[in-house]
Write a protein that binds this ligand. Structure first.
Ligand code: NAP
Length: 501
C-alpha cells in the first residue's frame, strides 16, 4: 500500500515537524543507496499517541537482505584495512552531526515512539555517545605478547574484525540500541546491517542520512526494513554474516540463538529484564522514593531496566507506599511533544492490555490499588495512568512477568537474606537496584544479586562507559565500555618460530 491510507485521521507527515526535512527518509538504505519499495509493498508507521499516519517504509524480504549482505561483504576488506584513527574520525563526525540535529532527531523519535521529547533528547545524546566512545576505543584495541613456552619463538595476539555483522533492534530505544551495536562494529572494522523495529524505522533511517554525511563509505551501514522473521532468518542463515547482535525479548532472543547455531555465529543478546528494587529501612527515604519513580517510570515503564518488583522494608513500607503513590499521581501524562510530559503513550494496544491484565490479576488476588489503575481515554486510546499496586504477592502475574508498562508493584520484606533470595528467584538477571546507607550491606547485597548491573542508591547508571548486559536469560555478552569491542573482534594468535636459530 502506498501513500496515505484513507482511514488515518492526521494529514501531517513526520517531515512537517522537522527543520531539516531530509532527515525524514522513507526508503531503505542499502549499499549507500536509497531504495523505495520497488513494488514489494510497504509498512505503515503511525504515532502511538494518536494513531496519526507518519509514513511508510519498504517491506523488503530475503532477496533485499542478500543484497545488503553482499554489499557489506564487498565493503569489508577496505574498511578493515583503514587506520583506527580514520574510523574514529568518521564516527566522531557522525556523533557531532547527531548532536547538531538533536532537536529534529528527538522530535522524529517522539513521533514514532511516543516517548516524552525530553527523554528523546536524552536518548539522542546517549546514542551519539556510543559512536564517539567506540571511535576512541578503536585506537585502544590492544593485543598481547605472550612469554614463549616454545624455543626460538615469539608469540603475539592481536584483534581482527569479525566480519559482516547484523543488528536487530527494538522500538523502545530507536537510536541508542542501533549506535551501541553499529558503533562497536564499525570501530572494530566491520560493516553492519541494521534491521530496526517496524514501529520505529525513521530514527534508524535518519541515522543513515547522517552516517553518509559523516563520510561513511557505501555498504558499511545498511538499514533494511521489512518482515522481521524473513530478514532475521536470512541474516542468521548466512555464512557471510559472522555476528548477530539482538536487543529485544527473551522469546525472540531464543529463536535467533537457535537460528544462529547452524552457522556458528558470534551472538550478543540483550534480552528481557524483571528488575528488583530494594529499599532497606536505613535508606535515605526521599532519595529512595525519587529513585523508585525514576527506575519505574522512565520510558513510560517500557524499559528493560524498569523496576518491576519493588521490595520495601516493613518498617518503612506504609510511609514509602503512601509517598510513592502521591508522587506517582503527580506525573504528567501527555502527548510526547508536550514539553511537560513525563509519561507518554504505550506503544500498542497489546501493551495496554498487558498492563491492564497485571493490574486486574493483582487486585483479584488481594493487592491494593494506591494510584492510577486504568486507561486515560481523555488523552487517547494508548494512554495508561501511572499505577501503584501495594501488598503484591509472588503468586501475582506482575511478580512473575516483565510488565513493560507504567505499573509499580510494591511488597514488604523483613530480612536481608530473604529479599536477596526472592530477588534472585527469576530466570532474568539484567538490572537490580538497592537503597541503603550501610556500606557493608550495599557491598554484600550487590555481590549477592545475580544481575549484570546493580544501581546502589541511584536509578541511573547507564552510559557508553559501562558494560551493559545481563546474567541468566537476560542475555549474552556486554555492550558499551572497554569490553564492548570484544564481541566484534576475533583474537588472532601468531607464533613466530625459528628466530635466534
Ligand atoms: P521483540 O518483540 O523481541 O522485538 C525486538 C525486535 O525483534 C524487533 O525488531 C522485532 O521486529 C524483531 N522480531 C520480532 N519477532 C521476531 C522474530 N520472530 N524473528 C526475528 N526478529 C523478530 O521485543 P520488543 O517488544 O520490541 O521489545 C521489548 C523487549 O526488549 C523487552 O523484553 C525488553 O526487556 C527488551 N529490551 C532489552 C534491552 C536490553 O538491553 N537488555 C533493551 C531494550 C529492550 P518487529 O518490530 O517487526 O516486531
Amino acid at each position: 500500500m502506498n501513500g496515505q491510507p484513507a482511514h488515518k485521521k492526521t494529514v501531517r507527515t513526520a517531515a512537517e515537524y522537522l527543520k531539516r526535512k531530509d532527515l525524514f527518509r522513507k526508503d531503505a538504505y542499502l549499499n549507500g543507496e536509497w531504495f523505495a519499495d520497488e513494488g514489494r509493498g510497504t509498512i505503515e508507521v503511525t504515532n502511538p499517541a494518536d494513531d496519526a499516519f507518519l509514513g511508510t517504509v519498504p517491506d523488503f524480504g530475503a532477496e533485499d537482505t542478500e543484497y545488503a549482505i553482499a554489499a557489506a561483504e564487498r565493503a569489508f576488506p577496505a574498511w578493515a584495512a583503514t587506520l583506527a584513527q580514520e574510523r574514529a574520525a568518521i564516527l566522531r563526525r557522525w556523533a557531532d552531526l547527531m548532536r547538531t540535529h538533536k532537536e529534529d532527531l528527538a522530535v522524529l523519535m517522539t513521533l514514532e515512539q511516543g516517548k516524552p521529547v525530553s527523554e528523546s533528547r536524552g536518548e539522542i545524546e546517549y546514542a551519539a555517545s556510543f559512536l564517539e566512545w567506540f571511535g576512541e576505543e578503536a585506537k585502544r584495541a590492544y593485543g598481547d605478547t605472550i612469554p614463549s613456552h616454545l624455543p626460538h619463538s615469539k608469540l603475539f595476539v592481536s584483534r581482527q574484525p569479525v566480519g559482516v555483522c547484523a543488528a536487530i533492534t527494538p522500538w523502545n530505544f530507536p537510536s541508542a540500541m542501533i549506535t551501541r551495536k553499529a558503533g562497536a562494529a564499525l570501530a572494530a572494522g566491520c560493516p553492519v546491517i541494521v534491521r530496526p523495529a517496524s514501529e520505529t524505522p525513521f530514527s534508524a533511517l535518519a541515522l543513515a542520512v547522517l552516517a553518509e554525511e559523516a563520510g561513511l563509505p557505501a555498504g558499511l551501514f545498511n538499514v533494511i526494513t521489512g518482515d522481521a522473521k524473513i530478514i532475521a532468518a536470512t541474516l542468521t542463515g548466512s555464512n557471510v554474516v559472522r555476528k548477530i547482535s539482538f536487543t529485544g525479548s527473551t522469546e525472540v532472543g531464543r529463536l535467533l540463538l537457535a537460528q544462529s547455531a547452524h552457522s556458528v555465529k558470534k551472538v550478543s543478546m540483550e534480552l528481557g529484564g524483571h528488575a528488583p528494587f530494594i529499599v532497606f529501612d536505613d535508606a535515605d527515604f526521599d532519595k529512595a522514593v525519587a529513585g523508585g519513580i525514576g527506575a519505574k517510570f522512565a520510558t513510560s515503564g517500557q524499559d528493560c531496566l524498569a523496576a518491576n518488583r519493588m521490595y520495601i522494608h516493613e518498617k518503612i513500607y506504609d510511609a514509602y507506599a503512601e509517598k510513592f503513590a502521591r508522587e506517582t499521581a503527580k506525573l504528567k501524562v501527555a502527548h510526547g511533544l508536550d514539553e511537560e510530559a513525563v509519561i507518554g503513550p504505550l506503544m500498542s494496544e497489546a501493551a495496554l492490555r498487558k498492563s491492564e491484565a497485571h493490574v486486574r490479576d493483582a487486585l483479584e488476588k488481594g493487592a491494593t490499588l494506591l494510584a492510577g489503575g486504568q486507561r486515560m481515554p481523555e488523552l487517547g486510546s494508548t494512554f495508561f495512568a501511572p499505577t501503584v499496586l501495594g501488598d503484591v504477592t509472588p503468586d501475582m502475574l506482575i511478580w512473575q512477568e516483565e510488565t513493560f508498562g507504567p505499573v509499580a508493584a510494591l511488597t514488604r520484606f523483613a530480612e536481608e537474606d530473604e529479599v536477596v533470595a526472592s530477588a534472585n528467584d527469576t530466570i532474568y538477571g539484567l538490572a537490580a537496584y538497592l537503597y541503603s546507607r550501610d556500606v557493608g550491606r550495599c557491598m554484600r547485597v550487590s555481590d549477592a544479586l545475580e544481575y549484570g548491573m546493580v544501581g546502589v542508591n541511584t536509578p541511573k547508571f547507564t552510559g557508553a562507559a559501562i558494560p551493559f548486559g545481563g546474567f541468566k536469560q537476560s542475555g549474552l555478552g556486554r555492550e558499551g565500555s572497554k569490553y564492548g569491542l570484544d564481541d566484534y573482534t576475533e583474537l588472532k594468535y601468531v607464533c613466530f618460530g625459528g628466530i635466534d636459530e
